[in-house]
Design a protein around this ligand. Structure first.
Ligand SMILES: Cc1cc2nc3c(=O)[nH]c(=O)nc-3n(C[C@H](O)[C@H](O)[C@H](O)COP(=O)(O)OP(=O)(O)OC[C@H]3O[C@@H](n4cnc5c(N)ncnc54)[C@H](O)[C@@H]3O)c2cc1C
Length: 614
């Protein structure tokens, strides 16, 4: 029997293929069924949609809810808010589109059984902040998964999607995807008329603060492995704002969320000497970004900036003042419940470090940078906007379709539209699902042509690391370092070291510059050359190999974008030491990239920012 003789190939034909069954993927699956009653809708997920993605553990707040039924906020208000937080640069058409639809999705969650907290006086949803509402959300993910399961023709769990397939008869049209079952090793070939990528964002491309056995303890889920970017980049989809990585201020070591503490418990921060420090850095920040520092609320990155400057000036540690709020038993309960519903690890860290927030003010830290499109950041694919809103330059087809025909995205996948969060990602999934159904009805009736050669070649490449390991393993008698293969953990640590030291990670205080970025690109290219020598001991490690491929492409993209934007737009997220100031004259624009897999070259360009809301 040959190398691939024992492996089953599973062929699946679908009308719509949803890759990733997190918040956006479940929304896309649900809505595709609503509009495409007789279509075959397939959702494919590398974990199990019951508990997958960033919301796997649950959430304590839904961070994007307008409250239009009570006249609390309007979509225009949300666009203004996101634009301010992102220092002027958002796709207002996409943001408005999410904001006008998001409330309806939240109402669905309640209808499906999600327990919402209500204000006892008004009967409305309990507000945590202007945009956030509080939930008992431990089961948030199983609830949306149930809706997707009932809507899908088939859900394939435990399939790691590694590559997209392209139509062999039509240029630039997607035709499906391939991947493998991480438990059985079966090879899966999905042919589809439209594909929706909803595979989450990217953690672990920069070196994390916790290393060794603790390296999984990061803010962002370690399983968010950049497939949302790696998959479309490889087939030439344009990406936007990939330099706009996010850094979060969170409780130290456990990365427990701070939103409920600041907004609901009204806690505040102090430096190591018990002093207020943010005002100290105001003029310094003004010199970098002008009057953004006077805006309300202060943009997230600028609050990080004050934290970082205070730490560098020797004012650390920065602490959250919890001792006052925790004297109130109700607030104390909310403080603990906040972790138990979404980040139990923080409660465990405090217990292990003898921190009772009623008596000790806990430390905060800034996280390693992450790449995502749905939080206070907007990296991702460049997508066509809604027909009734998007300026002509942002429209080339169907809503949320990327620059590849038939390829859609939602949630962390789509760039330019920040502050979607869980509810907005689900809503955007629904928007993409509806548009994909229309695409299939109008344009995609023909089954795309998939070349047998293409998916057979991909099969060989996908499983090659198992063979590399099997053969190379015989050259060593102990340990894990081999002369002929690289294990995924080694490749990952090499990637993280490059990104950390050259592209603005934690050990460089988020600082980089042109020469560093250029050297970083050289080192990333060398790592790329070594990727054909990856070794995988088992299917689990094989999944790690392909996650690394996706992370590496995303990291390359981040580095090219960071090099292209010659300014420091978001101090507190990263700094270009050679261009320390925000430069609205030259850089009030989006950055776009396109990767050519045949030449390995990246083409960069600018795209205009249109302000459609006053
Ligand atoms: C730590 C943290 C805290 C947050 N807190 C809040 C909060 O309090 N309130 C709030 O509203 N929002 C919160 N968010 C934001 C919210 O979680 C995201 O906006 C939302 O999950 C994004 O949806 P998504 O579908 O794009 O990604 P996800 O929900 O992460 O889903 C991505 C899915 O794709 C799958 N996948 C990935 N790669 C592949 C592949 N190659 N093949 C197959 N499947 C794949 C993953 O397993 C996962 O199921 C938080 C996010 C994080 C990271």
């Amino acid at each position: 029997m040959g190398l691939f003789g024992g492996r089953k190939t599973v062929n699946v034909d679908a009308d719509i293929l949803v890759i990733g069954g997190g918040m956006a993927g479940t929304g896309a699956t649900y809505e595709s069924r609503y509009w495409g009653r007789d279509l075959k809708i397939v959702c494919v997920e590398k974990a199990n949609i019951e508990r997958s993605g960033a919301v796997a553990q649950g959430l304590y707040a839904i961070n994007c809810y307008m409250g239009m039924q009570w006249g609390e906020n309007q979509p225009e208000d949300h666009v203004r808010y996101a634009r301010n937080d992102l220092m002027g640069l958002v796709r207002e058409d996409l943001g408005y589109d999410v904001a006008r639809h998001v409330d309806a999705s939240v109402h669905k969650f309640e209808e499906w059984g999600l327990p919402m907290m209500r204000d006892p006086k008004t009967g409305r949803y309990q507000r945590e902040g202007k945009w956030q509402i509080m939930i008992h959300g431990e089961s948030y993910k199983p609830i949306v998964a149930e809706a997707a399961r009932k809507a899908a023709t088939e859900v394939y769990n435990r399939i790691m999607v590694t590559h997209l397939l392209m139509d062999s008869s039509k240029a630039n049209r997607v035709a499906g995807a391939v991947g493998f079952n991480v438990r059985t090793g079966d090879y899966h070939v999905f042919r589809a008329k439209a594909v929706i990528i909803a595979a989450g964002g990217a953690s672990h491309i920069f070196k994390p603060r916790a290393v060794g056995e603790g390296m999984g303890r990061t803010w962002y889920a370690p399983w968010s492995s950049a497939s949302a970017y790696g998959l479309p980049i490889r087939v030439g989809a344009k990406m936007t704002q990939m330099e706009n990585r996010i850094v979060l201020t969170r409780f130290k070591d456990g990365y427990g969320p701070v939103g409920a503490y600041f907004l609901h418990l009204k806690t505040y921060t102090q430096n190591g000497y018990g002093q207020e420090y943010e005002s100290k850095w105001k003029e310094h920040t003004r010199a970098l970004v002008g009057d953004y520092i006077d805006h309300h609320p202060v943009p997230t990155c600028l609050r990080n900036h004050a934290f970082l400057e205070e730490m560098k000036a020797g004012g650390g540690p920065i602490r959250m003042v919890t001792k006052e709020a925790f004297q109130d038993p109700h607030k104390e309960t909310v403080g603990w419940e906040n972790f138990l519903g979404m980040t139990i690890g923080q409660a465990v860290v405090w217990a292990s470090q003898n921190i009772d927030p009623k008596h000790i003010n806990p430390e905060l830290t800034t996280s390693v940078p992450y790449v995502m499109g749905s939080h206070a950041t907007c990296s991702g694919a460049w997508a066509s906007g809604p027909e009734d809103l998007a300026p002509a330059e942002y429209q080339w087809g169907y809503n949320r379709m990327m620059t590849v025909d038939g390829l859609f995205g939602a949630g962390d996948t789509i760039g330019g539209s920040a502050h979607k969060f869980s509810s907005g990602s689900f809503a955007e999934g629904r928007i993409a699902g509806k548009a994909a159904v229309r695409y299939v009805m109008e344009k995609g009736r023909d089954q795309p042509q998939v070349s047998e050669q293409e998916y057979q070649d991909l099969e060989r490449a996908i499983f090659q690391p198992l063979e590399n390991y099997r053969v190379g393993r015989n050259e060593i008698v102990a340990g894990t370092v081999s002369p002929s293969y690289l294990l995924p953990i080694h490749g990952l640590q090499r990637l993280q070291k490059i990104m950390d030291e050259y592209v603005g990670g934690i050990s460089a205080h988020y600082m980089t510059n042109g020469p560093l970025l250029n050297r970083g690109l050289e080192l990333l290219t060398m790592l790329k050359e070594d990727m054909s020598r990856m070794g995988a001991e088992d299917l689990h490690q094989l999944q790690r190999v392909w996650e690394l491929h996706h992370r590496l492409l995303a990291a390359e993209s981040v580095t090219h974008h960071t090099l292209f934007r010659e300014e420091t737009r978001w101090p507190g997220y990263y700094y270009r030491g050679d261009h320390m100031k925000l430069d609205d004259q030259n850089w009030h624009c989006f950055t776009l990239s396109r990767y050519d897999r045949n030449t390995g070259k990246w083409a960069m360009e600018k795209a205009p920012v249109y302000h459609i809301i006053d």
